[in-house]
Write a protein that binds this ligand. Structure first.
Ligand SMILES: Nc1ncnc2c1ncn2[C@@H]1O[C@H](COP(=O)(O)OP(=O)(O)OP(=O)(O)O)[C@@H](O)[C@H]1O
Ligand SMILES: [Mg+2]
Length: 271
């Protein structure tokens, strides 16, 4: 299911325009990471994908649906949305109920709901916490509860606003594996993250925003090779990219595996 953004402009009620002239498409099954400085407009942009915000000018379509003429409830059948702040999203008193809320609204049977919820909780590593009160969990865990509730909806498109915040190494690895797994299932994944290494490892396309505009949009390698342009958006490429550049590797690398491959090549004896 394709996402189309056409000449999108957006101003909050205070009148300040925070999105300007955005036009792009995201195809079915793509993995896109949106990066940019605080306040660049990343969250504002993705809130247009599920119709939470409507364009001031231009339009956004998800498949054949224009977000302008569909309710947020309708959009939720196509786009799962993880809020940057999970407390905007969580309102039940038991983890199980929180995750079950979406599937119950889809009219599923109790057995199906149980299956969806168990699967979603297990994927985020919270199977043992289904009876807990979400607010007895640490914020990073609460974010995973919200993520489970997004997964349980089984939408073709997932928007994850800063899923990596506060996650430890294990949480990051689990998130990465989850994203890879969802990609295998053909889902479209759009993530906002300040973790460049995470973006490099799991995303094939990077969008760089600056002051409400798209500064660069391209393949991960191409985007992270553009040090000067990234600096303009106050961003640094992934660690491996910087290390590779410092060591004078002939190609741009973005992940540990690529780095090791390129480094090994430089060590091969010449004939
Ligand atoms: N509800 C709102 N009303 C008015 N202005 C807002 C509102 N929400 C955000 N803004 C402003 O819009 C701009 C873009 O904010 P947005 O939250 O989209 O940025 P962001 O790229 O997601 O930043 P961060 O990395 O800090 O999450 C900022 O200048 C912000 O102050
Ligand atoms: Mg944000």
């Amino acid at each position: 299911m394709k996402i189309s953004v056409n000449d999108l402009h957006f101003a909050y009620p205070n009148g300040v325009e925070v999105l300007r002239e955005l036009s792009f498409e995201i195809s079915s099954g793509e993995r896109v990471a949106i990066i940019g400085q605080n306040g660049a407009g990343k969250s504002t942009l993705v809130k247009h994908f599920n119709g939470l915000l409507k364009p001031s000018r231009g339009f956004v379509t998800i498949g054949d649906w224009d977000t302008q003429s569909h309710t947020v409830a309708q959009m939720a059948q196509r786009v799962g949305f993880l809020f940057q702040n999970p407390d905007e999203q969580i309102f039940k008193r038991r983890v199980f109920d929180e995750v079950a809320f979406g599937p119950s609204n889809l009219g599923l049977s109790p057995e199906e709901i149980e299956r969806h919820v168990s699967a979603a909780l297990s994927r985020v590593g919270l199977s043992d916490m289904r009876e807990m009160h979400p607010y007895d969990l640490l914020p990073a865990r609460r974010k995973l509860v919200a993520l489970a509730s997004v997964l349980a909806m089984e939408t073709p498109i997932l928007v994850l606003d800063e899923p990596t915040i506060g996650q430890d190494g294990r949480g990051l690895a689990r998130l990465g594996a989850l994203i890879d797994d969802l990609t295998q299932q053909g889902k479209t994944i759009i993530t906002i993250s300040h973790d460049m290494d995470f973006c490099a490892e799991h995303f094939e396309r990077i969008m760089v925003m600056k002051q409400g505009r798209m500064l660069i949009d391209g393949a991960t390698h191409d985007v992270f090779a553009r040090f000067e342009l990234l600096a303009e958006a106050f961003l640094e490429p992934p660690q491996m990219t910087r290390l590779g550049r410092a060591l004078g590797l002939p190609e741009t690398v973005t992940t540990v595996n690529e780095f090791l491959g390129a480094y090994a090549k430089t060590r091969e004896p010449r004939h």
